[in-house]
Design a protein around this ligand. Structure first.
Ligand SMILES: *Cc1c(COP(=O)(O)O)cnc(C)c1O
Length: 361
């Protein structure tokens, strides 16, 4: 299934004007999940297009012209005991508001965000657009698991002169997803492109950050790698993160290191959760600068984290023609333990002792 667009029928839209948010749930054209599965590719394409297009929205706006917008990514995971649940929803609500403030937009209230996400997933599920738990997923610790991906994002009002967005939309769509990394290997390469600069927008989930990320990731894929890794803009020495995921190195000394947050690193919710889970295991976790030389010489395991990526092992890292192979190119023990723990909690196969999951239906 991968990460292809396959919109579910219900879309949520809220518009800010005159100091308030006006909400609506749009039921876009659809059949039943069964009738749609039986459609020809052409019919499917037509219905997908009808769901994706909103002809009451302005074409020329501060998002389409100047990239002023931000987004979130969450998953509603099919639960072992039935239904769907979302991981740390409150954290995404808070980050969305923070991102909007960072772009000088009126922030979307956190309580509205939580309600909108739950209700959009639920309305789609009520139409049959949902997913069921599959016990087969347990065999590869949920690497092959599917979930309902939820994408909240902003769209700016119409305008052409360079300006901030004062009356944006906040939109929520759902689409089913399978595993994010479909690559044949888990090799990463250090890119010499720069994702984020001090005083920039690297710390918020701004769409504009993804321009460089997308280019660098494409180049990495073309060169036969699964992912690219960015170094800091100032020293060109310290590791920052992947194209859309945070990064961890488990050193031979037993220390688990992830780059400390600043204005060039996105504060991932998976990242924060991994730090907590590793500390629960008695692992020494440091949020600090880590130079590329140190990571290549001292790491015995490496993995990247994010809602889309989950916790994905990195088996090797290439920089300036040199290649460091971690754990003989196999998934490390700590990486797989942490991955099993977080995935187990997310899919309801392990108890949610931290109160991280919110039941949708
Ligand atoms: C979204 C994102 C992450 C991961 O954040 P999660 O909250 O764990 O999904 C990491 N890096 C970048 C650049 C991101 O945009």
């Amino acid at each position: 299934m991968g990460f292809a667009l396959n919109l579910y029928p219900f879309t949520y839209r809220a518009k800010f004007a005159n100091g308030t948010w006006t909400e609506e749930y749009l039921e876009k054209p659809h059949g039943t999940p069964e009738s749609e599965a039986a459609m020809s590719a052409e019919e499917r394409g037509k219905i997908e297009n009808a769901r994706n297009c909103h002809d009451d929205m302005p074409l020329v706006n501060y998002t389409s012209q100047y990239g002023l917008s931000c987004f979130e990514g969450l998953k509603a995971m099919p639960q072992k005991n039935g239904g769907l649940a979302i991981f740390r929803l409150d954290q995404n609500a808070a980050r969305f508001a923070r991102s909007m403030k960072g772009l000088l937009m009126p922030p979307f209230p956190e309580d509205l965000f939580i309600k909108a996400v739950l209700e959009t997933v639920k309305r789609n599920a009520d139409l049959g657009f949902t997913l069921q738990y599959n016990p087969e997923w347990e065999k590869d610790s949920f690497m092959s698991a599917s979930s309902v991906y939820i994408r909240p994002f902003t769209m700016a009002e119409g305008g052409i002169g360079v300006n901030i967005s004062k009356e944006p939309w906040a939109i929520v769509i759902c689409t089913p997803v399978g595993s994010y990394f479909s690559a044949k290997n888990f090799d990463a390469i250090v890119t010499d492109r720069i994702r984020a600069t001090p005083k920039g927008t690297g710390w918020i989930k701004a769409c504009s950050n993804y321009v460089i990320s997308t280019i660098a990731k494409h180049e990495a894929l073309e060169a036969g790698y699964m992912e690219c890794v960015f170094l800091d803009a100032t020293h060109r020495k310290y590791i920052e993160e992947g194209s859309s995921c945070n990064i961890f190195f488990y050193l031979k000394s037993g220390e688990l290191v992830t780059p400390e947050l600043g204005d060039t690193i996105l504060p991932g919710i998976t990242r924060a959760s991994m730090i907590e889970l590793a500390r629960d295991r008695g692992i020494k976790v440091s949020e600090r600068q880590i130079a590329i030389e140190e990571a290549m010489a001292e790491a015995k395991e490496c993995f990247v984290t994010g809602t889309a990526a989950g916790a994905t092992p990195i088996n090797s890292l290439t920089w300036q023609g040199k290649k460091a192979i971690f754990n003989d190119g196999k998934v490390g023990e700590l990486t797989s333990e942490l991955r099993n723990t977080i995935k187990g909690i997310q899919y309801g196969a392990l108890p949610d002792t931290k109160g991280w999951m919110t039941k949708v239906c």
